[in-house]
Structures are given as C-alpha cells and as structure tokens.
Design a protein around this ligand. Structure first.
Ligand SMILES: Nc1ncnc2c1ncn2[C@@H]1O[C@H](COP(=O)(O)OP(=O)(O)O)[C@@H](O)[C@H]1O
Ligand SMILES: CC(=O)N[C@@H](CCC(=O)OP(=O)(O)O)C(=O)O
Length: 300
C-alpha cells in the first residue's frame, strides 16, 4: 500500500496539483519557450533525466520548447585531460584554434547528443543542432573591451574564436517545430570567414529567444535566482531594478552577462525571463506550471 501519511502524497492533493496546472498549460499552449540549460545545472544522470522529462511534458502539453545548452565545466575538464590551458576574460573563454576544436567536440558532440538521448528516452523526439545547421546562426568575431578595476584603464582584448550571434534564421526552427521535433542547440556557429566560433550559451539563448518570439526564456543555473545582498532570493525584478543591482555590485561575476542577456531578450520582445536553479528536480515544470513559479522573474 502506498504511504499517505505525507499530506502532499494524498491522491486528492496530487490531483489538485495537476488540476492547478491547467491555467498555466492554457497560457503556454502553442507558445515557444526557450530553455537555456547551463553546464552547472546538468548535475547527475537522475537530474538529467528529470530535465528531459520536463521538456517532453512541455511538448506533450502543446508548448514548443527549444533547448539551448552550455557546458562550460565539461569543456574545462576535457581541456584539462588534453593538457590545453584555458583562461577567461570578462566572463568569456579565450578560444584559440585548438580550443575551438575541443569546444565544438564537447558542446555539439557529447553534451548535445546526451541531452538528445535523454529526451528521446523519455518518449520525445529531439534533434541535435548547432548554429551551423541550416546556417541557423551567423557569428561575428567578438572584440571585448575590458576595464581594469584598479587602474580603470580600458583594454581591447582579442578573445580568438569567440563570436557574437549576429543573425539568427528562424526558418530551420520553424520546420523542426512543425515536425513535432524538439530542437536541442549547441552554441557554436560559423562566421562569414568560414571559421567556427564559440559563443557564450546565455548570449546564444537570448538571440534564439528574440528571433523566435519566445513567450518565456528560462535560464537554468546553479543558484536559486538573483540573490540580494543578504543572499535571499529576489522573486521579481524590473529591468530598472536589475540595472540598479548591477550598478551597486549586488549582481556580479557570471550573473552580469546573464542578467544583461535577459534585458536584451526582453527588449527584443520576449515577455518574461526567469533565472532559476536547475539543480532542483523538475525546475522547468515548477516554473511554468505552478503558482508562484521558481527563481527570479525579470520583466519590463
Ligand atoms: N546577485 C547574485 N545572485 C546570484 N548569483 C550571483 C549574484 N552575483 C553573482 N552571482 C554568481 O553568478 C553565478 C551564476 O553565473 P554563471 O556561473 O555564469 O552561471 P552558468 O554557468 O549557469 O551560466 C552564481 O553561481 C554566483 O556565483
Ligand atoms: C565564449 C564562451 O565562454 N563560451 C562558453 C560556451 C559554453 C557555455 O557558455 O556554457 P555554460 O552555460 O555552462 O557556462 C565556454 O567556452 O565555456
């Protein structure tokens, strides 16, 4: 006999949870939702399975999910295994010719195929892509100006094969969605010069979400969302409040480009952007299909 001592396990409560999802399912029916699955959020096999199940459930419920994934920690460990040194400048990996080969191998190869396999194992039909497929994304070499915090001197740094997603052609994604397939996209794209470029996965996800008129853009990371000065989760932020938190130093490090991408996506027409903890099992379902959601919602 099943244990009904925990009140949330009672059949009536379980049914209530499912029933409460109805207005959210109606809200997202037929809408595109881009989910950025960060390398830090990937965790173990069980968590990967729960993520894949959420994506399949979204598709089953009439949502059109697009997964854009990262893989920073996985690239790091492969580079270490190969004895290739790597450094970050301004939150981006300096990417030389050897490094970009490894980046493409890890992102468009092992990580991409493992997410595709997980989704397919849960009964979905995922297709693995990168910016090169169907010429979906055109990259442009990125030049960054970095400010030395001590001297305040601005320095132009050459990051090698690091790109910015200059153009996204949504037609490939439209074809894929029509065929009931779930696109899983690695942030690697060609430049007009024929070279392969490594693109920050947050930036790439923002560009895709803007191009496909995504209703929501979710960033799955390894913190509960944007935290205030006391480490408490901020449940909702406007663009103005987000700018203020960057200016006063509450938002720092890797969270800066993430929040800046969120603001950019909102300005491109995405209705709401959420930063949430991908290490919480079924984070995607909790965010989209339950009252109150999860993480930090950023809106206009
Ligand atoms: N105000 C803040 N709230 C939450 N995280 C913050 C904040 N400021 C800086 N961070 C840092 O940003 C990190 C998330 O960014 P990043 O490591 O780039 O994520 P990902 O690898 O998932 O893309 C957090 O782990 C945390 O260390
Ligand atoms: C240019 C640049 O820094 N590219 C990233 C791409 C992967 C990524 O962004 O992965 P996460 O989302 O897991 O951090 C990198 O090489 O690590």
């Amino acid at each position: 006999m099943s244990d009904t001592s925990n009140s949330s396990n009672k059949p009536a409560n379980r049914a209530k949870t499912i029933s409460e999802a109805l207005p959210f399912m109606q809200r997202y029916d037929g809408q595109t939702v881009v989910v950025k699955y960060g390398g830090h959020a990937m965790g173990d096999a069980e968590l990967g399975q729960a993520f894949a199940r959420d994506i399949v459930l979204l598709k089953q419920a009439g949502v059109k999910p697009i997964v854009v994934h990262g893989g920073g920690p996985q690239i790091k460990s492969m580079l270490e295994r190969l004895g290739i040194e790597s450094e970050f400048k301004g939150g981006l990996r300096v990417t030389d010719a050897h490094t970009v080969e490894v980046v493409e191998m890890v992102l468009a190869g092992s990580i991409n195929k493992s997410i595709v396999s997980n989704i397919n194992a849960e009964g979905g039909r995922a297709i693995g892509l990168c910016g090169k497929d169907g010429n979906m994304v055109q990259a442009e070499k990125l030049t960054r100006t970095i400010r030395d915090p001590d001297s305040k001197i601005e320095e132009i740094v050459d990051l090698g094969f690091v790109g910015d997603p200059k153009k996204v052609d949504r037609s490939v994604l439209d074809i894929v969605a029509k065929d009931a397939l779930i696109p899983v996209i690695a942030p690697v794209a060609p430049g007009a010069d024929g070279a392969t470029y490594n693109i920050n996965a947050d930036t790439f996800a923002g560009a895709v979400a803007g191009a496909v008129d995504s209703k929501r853009l979710l960033f799955l990371t390894d913190v509960p969302g944007v935290l205030d000065k006391d480490g408490k989760l901020i449940k909702a932020l406007t663009i103005k409040q987000a700018h203020d938190l960057i200016a006063d130093g509450t938002i720092s490090g890797g969270m800066i480009p993430k929040v800046e991408t969120c603001i950019d996506a909102l300005n491109k027409g995405v209705e709401g952007v959420v930063i949430l903890d991908g290490k919480v099992p079924h984070a995607v379902l909790l965010e989209l299909f339950t009252e109150g959601g999860a993480g930090t919602l950023i809106t206009h």
